[in-house]
Design a protein around this ligand. Structure first.
Ligand code: XMP
Length: 326
């Protein structure tokens, strides 16, 4: 009988059996998956869990503060934040290929992860404790798309499945491995997580790094962050953030088009809005956002982000398009 209560009870039991009285760490992403995974493990083993959050510089506006607030202030989970944005930007310099970006971000994430883990390990060692487990918010679709399922191809390399170096001696705790997104949300609610956290739209681990078509630079990230914030604000204001699955905002950094503003000609970049509806991200349809909302987003972006002179709407379903552009 599938109820969120039953599943929570079952998963908490499994986590306790696996972890016993040993120490666990969890790298938070700010998304629903790692939140629910962390909350489950916290419910199961309490203070044996330490979370850390790597700020890779590819976050949306306000995201870091939001994460610190959600976990530390509201859930009472211990969270350590590590600013690694310089490291990621340097590693991404000159790179445009999407899969290469993902691999670099995954690799740098693991390096950041290793230094954080070493730091926490030393800290625990001072108390005579060792860290044996790592929590991952891996969902069923992640497993399938990464080739972990039966007879499936590796469509995209998701950095949250596999990829850990052999010398990283943690056993994985993956309580969400058999679940779909809507089930994870139900479990989050059952665990008493805030609605705005449970309802949060998915956001890819590689962050804004895979929403810039072209090289990732600090300037481009700032442009995209500004546009993304406007789109999010307007969709929320229109009450649409619950109705759509997510709305990637993409900067076509390698594309320029001619525009006109005031008396002058502009030669700026397009921003793509990619609002989609979906059940589980395996398939998706483009979301029919009302024209007046689109108009408001477009006007605000082009009026306040000088480098952007065009806003375009992606009207492709998945398949054939993926949800993200990279
Ligand atoms: P696609 O673009 O494959 O996206 O249709 C399906 C869902 O997965 C998210 N996504 C990712 N999540 N790491 C993640 O953690 C990734 O590399 C990644 N790529 C895509 C995407 O936002 C959508 O919800």
């Amino acid at each position: 009988d599938w109820t969120a209560g039953n599943i929570v009870e079952q998963l908490v039991g499994q986590i306790r059996d696996q972890v016993g009285d040993r120490q666990v760490i969890c790298a938070l992403s700010g998304g629903v998956d790692s939140s629910v995974a962390a909350a489950l493990v916290h419910r199961a083993v309490g203070d044996q869990l330490t979370c850390f959050f790597v700020d890779h510089g590819l976050l949306r506006a306000g995201e870091r503060e939001q994460v610190e607030d959600d976990y530390a202030a509201n859930m009472g989970i211990r969270v350590v934040t590590i600013d690694e944005s310089e490291r990621f930007l340097e590693a991404l310099a000159g790179v445009s290929d999407p899969e290469t970006k993902r691999k670099i971000i995954g690799r740098e994430f693991i390096r950041s992860f290793e230094s954080a883990a070493r730091m926490l390990t030393d800290e625990k060692a001072a108390d005579g404790l060792s860290i044996d487990f790592l929590v991952q918010g891996t969902l069923y679709p992640d497993v399938v798309e990464s080739g972990g399922g039966e007879g499936t191809a590796n469509i995209k390399s998701h950095h949250n499945v596999g990829g850990l170096p052999e010398d990283l001696s943690f056993d994985l705790v993956e309580p969400l491995r058999t679940l779909f997104k809507d089930e994870v949300r139900a479990i989050g609610r059952e665990l008493g997580l805030a609605d705005k956290l449970v309802q949060r739209q998915p956001f890819p681990g590689p962050g804004l790094g895979i929403r810039i078509v072209g090289e990732v630079t600090k300037e481009r990230l700032d442009i995209l962050r500004a546009a993304d914030l406007i789109a999010r604000e307007e969709l929320t204001k229109a009450g649409l953030d619950q109705e759509i699955w997510q709305c990637p905002v993409v900067l076509l950094a390698d594309v320029r088009s001619v525009g006109v503003q005031g008396d002058g000609r502009t030669y700026g970049h397009p921003i793509v809005l990619r609002p989609v509806v979906s059940e589980d991200a395996m398939t998706a349809d483009w979301a029919r956002i009302p024209y007046d909302v689109l108009s408001e987003i477009s006007n605000r972006i082009t009026n306040t982000v000088p480098e952007v002179n065009r806003v375009v709407l992606d009207v492709t379903s998945k398949p054939p398009g993926t949800i993200e552009w990279e």
